[in-house]
Write a protein that binds this ligand. Structure first.
Ligand code: FAD
Length: 429
């Protein structure tokens, strides 16, 4: 797999509602806020700012949704950090801070739903998400998770599924139980991203594609520089996440790009699709190198996994992922694979998203660590709120210090690969 400035050869790109074709940034421009990167974080920040009346320029190196946002598993899962991290935040910064983070997590999915509804975005939204168990430890976690959510007046219905009843939710013998989240679900992420970008454009945002930001000149009057143009802005938002690279040296090495990959089968016969996922839910197991899968609107199996930290894509994505799919669904051993693609997620070493500022007026959010569809949306809202002066939620995250591995990603990736091996071994023994 080799990236170009056009979309990856994904099922999503092949079924996009339209192909975006925004102009290149050429010449001098002025705006209130320049947003770098048009994935969910950047588009959400731009849209929330535009809704508040800001004059925004959104600058994308490739295409809107070209990065992880247009390539992901489409699993819409609420929450912004794992529950143990909420506990740590509580210990370090107090219960109020922990409560702010918990609430951000619960609200994150609603931000997505509000945008879909408000702007009538056609993105194949379906409710229903299934966590599956491979071990007793997973089942214990499901029990405690439901108890914790009930204690916190979690607003959505949750349901445990026993081993005997698993056939009602999945046509696989691999799992020993499950937990259904009725509030979570799945969607077509690229159509969501381009739909939101169009909404931002309709509210006055100027969008530029194929315009890589090569340098940001910080100061009272920051400048965002591309090969052919420059944007003078009062404020800047950096939303390049795993793909930002060295465009902002101060953030380089603060998140580690990790590869995750998806295959899409040919459209399945309706009866087979129903046998595999009778309630058409998105599914995820509990391992570090997890399997995640779901049916597309046209009944393909989209099966993902293989999170790798080596920085290199596998030689054959199908070769790596298809055996995992057949382990779960032997029924799919003879189906054709029509698409295979992958992308980089941004790992934050603490597994807590990173929010911060550079020289006061350049804002960023990054490092969702593999679970970003809902968190990126609320991150964009939090950034827009903070720029407009409401710092409450931003402050909680900005206080958290993050580690930067020395030597940037080439040193960091092997370190993370070792870390991941450690956790995988813990799963085996
Ligand atoms: C294969 C895969 C599967 C995943 N599955 C799920 C899932 O099912 N559910 C879930 O919740 N999360 C999932 N994730 C994670 C989720 O997709 C990400 O957390 C989220 O999309 C990150 O959004 P973002 O906008 O921050 O970054 P991105 O979507 O990566 O966008 C960053 C954008 O910035 C642009 N950019 C970077 N540098 C510059 C520059 N110098 N100038 C201009 N533009 C620049 C890039 O071109 C890119 O378009 C998955 C990720 C991957 C890769």
């Amino acid at each position: 797999m080799r990236d170009t400035t056009e979309h990856a050869n994904s099922y999503y790109a092949a079924t996009a509602n339209w192909q975006t074709d925004y102009p290149k940034l050429v010449g001098e421009h002025r705006c209130d806020v320049a947003v770098v990167g048009a994935g969910f974080t950047g588009v959400s920040a731009a849209l929330h700012l535009a809704e508040r009346g800001y004059d925004v320029a959104l600058i994308e190196a490739n295409r809107v949704g070209w990065g992880a946002s247009g390539r992901n598993g489409g699993q819409l899962i609420d929450g912004i950090v794992e529950v143990d991290k909420i506990g740590l935040i509580g210990k370090r910064f107090g219960n109020e801070a922990a409560e702010v983070v918990r609430k951000i997590g619960v609200d994150s999915r609603d931000v997505v739903l509000e945008k879909i509804k408000r702007y009538s975005i056609n993105c194949d939204l379906k409710f229903g998400f299934l966590d599956v168990a491979l071990s007793q430890g997973d089942l214990d976690y499901f029990q405690s998770e439901i108890a914790r959510k009930n204690a916190n007046q979690y607003p959505h219905k949750m349901e445990l599924v026993s081993k005997e009843d698993m056939h009602t939710v999945i046509g696989s013998d691999r799992y020993i139980g499950g937990m259904v989240h009725h509030g979570n679900g799945h969607l077509h992420p690229l159509n969501l991203c381009i739909g939101e970008a169009r909404a931002a454009e309709e509210r006055g945002t100027r969008i530029f594609e194929q315009s890589k930001v090569t340098r940001i000149v910080h100061g009272d009057k920051p400048k965002v520089v591309t090969v052919d143009g420059v944007v003078h802005a009062k404020k800047v938002v950096l939303a390049g996440n795993a793909y930002l690279g060295k465009s902002e040296p101060k953030l380089y090495g603060q998140v580690i790009p990790a590869g995750s990959y998806i295959i899409a089968t040919e459209p399945l016969d309706a009866d087979l699709a129903k046998e595999l996922l009778p309630r058409d839910m998105a599914v995820c197991d509990q391992r570090v190198g997890l399997d995640y899968f779901r049916l597309s609107a046209d009944k393909r199996m989209l099966f993902g996994g293989l999170c790798n930290y080596s920085g290199r894509h596998p030689k054959s994505i199908s070769g790596a992922i298809q055996p995992n799919m057949i382990k779960v669904f032997p029924q799919l051993k003879d189906v054709r694979i029509d698409y295979e693609w992958g992308g980089y997620i941004a790992i934050s070493i603490k597994r807590i998203p990173q929010f911060g500022r550079i020289q006061g007026n350049t804002w960023y959010a990054q490092g969702y660590s593999g679970h970003g569809v809902a968190p990126t949306h609320i991150a964009g809202q939090i950034l827009a709120d903070a720029i407009a002066g409401d710092m409450e939620r931003f402050d909680v995250f900005e206080k958290i210090r993050h580690w930067k591995l020395p030597g940037g990603k080439w040193f960091a990736n092997p370190v993370l690969a070792l870390g991941m091996l450690y956790y995988r071994l813990k799963e085996i023994f």
